[in-house]
Design a protein around this ligand. Structure first.
Ligand code: SF4
Length: 310
């Protein structure tokens, strides 16, 4: 079945001059059919430079929207439009506009895990890969609103020593659910294994981590490190790429507080299946549409970020 779907996707892709971009958190078989697999930053860059006519975005909605914002003349398809994001949902546009009004002098830095409307209210976007660089590029005396992830925002404050950052109170349900006790137990059982954590995790978890970084930085660290075992504290989809890249190393997923809930998996990312990719390519639907005034304002904040990464 997987082989049949994979062949079908290959055929449809070449007939329609389509490209599939997939996030590391999607299902392994989805990552396997993608032309490009990456984290949010790498996917944004790829979406901006692809020459394809159609982009199929195997990821969550805000990522597909980002692709459309950067490539407005291309058709961007999302295999499942219900693939949302609890972090993006924690920051509504009306509430955020009111919050911004309370701090009129502040520069707004938003994570790309936001809707197009929030990006349109933002001065410069960031991802977990470049958030430190973005914050450090802003003059030290300038007040900053950081949205929407409070854990990443707090981590940035600690890393940069900046007190003038005002944080929006949002969070990702996956990264909030990791169990400190579970991680400490794994550490005791595997004393040589470094703990690699994503900065969207809560502070106590980041305190016991040996390395904190984006999914791309975690992958890179695992490759450079001489350790052979690692405890991985981020969405479990990343393990597919880790095992593929470093087959001689062992990656142990950190457990969530409730070991029966499967909440170290992003349920939204897992909504993308091979069947839905086939259907999207066949019907060229569902298509992502962003209203032009929102798109152009959102594009400015994403381009401001991409300029820093040149
Ligand atoms: S892992 Fe969290 S931040 Fe990432 S897409 Fe899923 S809900 Fe959103």
């Amino acid at each position: 079945m997987v082989a049949e779907m994979t062949e079908k996707i290959k055929d449809l892709k070449s007939r329609k001059r389509a490209v599939i971009l997939a996030h590391y958190y999607t299902r392994p078989e989805v990552q396997a059919v993608a032309d490009f697999v990456g984290d949010s930053l790498a996917l944004s860059i790829e979406a901006a430079r692809t020459q394809a006519d159609i982009i199929v975005f195997a990821g969550v909605y805000f990522m597909a929207e980002t692709a459309k914002i950067l490539s407005p003349t291309k058709k961007v398809l999302i295999p499942d439009p219900e693939a949302g994001c609890s972090l993006a949902d924690s920051c509504g546009a009306d509430d955020f506009a009111a919050f911004k009004k309370q701090h009129p002098e502040a520069l707004v830095v938003s994570y790309v895990n936001t809707t197009a409307e929030i990006k349109a209210l933002t001065d410069i976007c960031c991802t977990s890969s470049n958030a430190l660089e973005v914050i450090r590029s802003i003059p030290a005396d300038r007040e900053i609103i950081f949205a929407p992830d409070r854990n990443l925002g707090s981590w940035l404050k600690r890393q940069t020593g900046r007190e003038n950052m005002i944080l929006w109170n949002g969070a990702c349900h996956v990264h909030e659910e990791f169990s400190l006790e579970g991680i400490l137990a794994l550490k005791a059982a595997h004393p040589e294994a470094p703990v690699l954590a994503h900065p969207e995790c809560k502070e106590p978890i980041l305190m016991v981590a040996d390395f904190v970084g984006s999914t791309a930085a975690i992958l890179d660290y695992a490759g450079r490190s001489s350790a052979t075992e690692f405890i991985v504290v981020t969405e479990s989809g990343i393990l597919h790429e880790m095992n593929k890249k470093y087959p001689d190393k062992t990656f142990i997923p950190a457990p969530p507080v409730d070991s029966t809930c499967g909440c170290n998996d992003c349920a939204y990312m897992k909504l993308v299946t091979l069947e839905k990719i086939v259907a999207a390519l066949e019907t060229e639907r569902p298509e992502v549409v962003v209203e032009e005034s929102v798109r152009s304002a959102a594009e400015r904040s994403i381009r401001a970020m991409l300029e820093l990464n040149r």
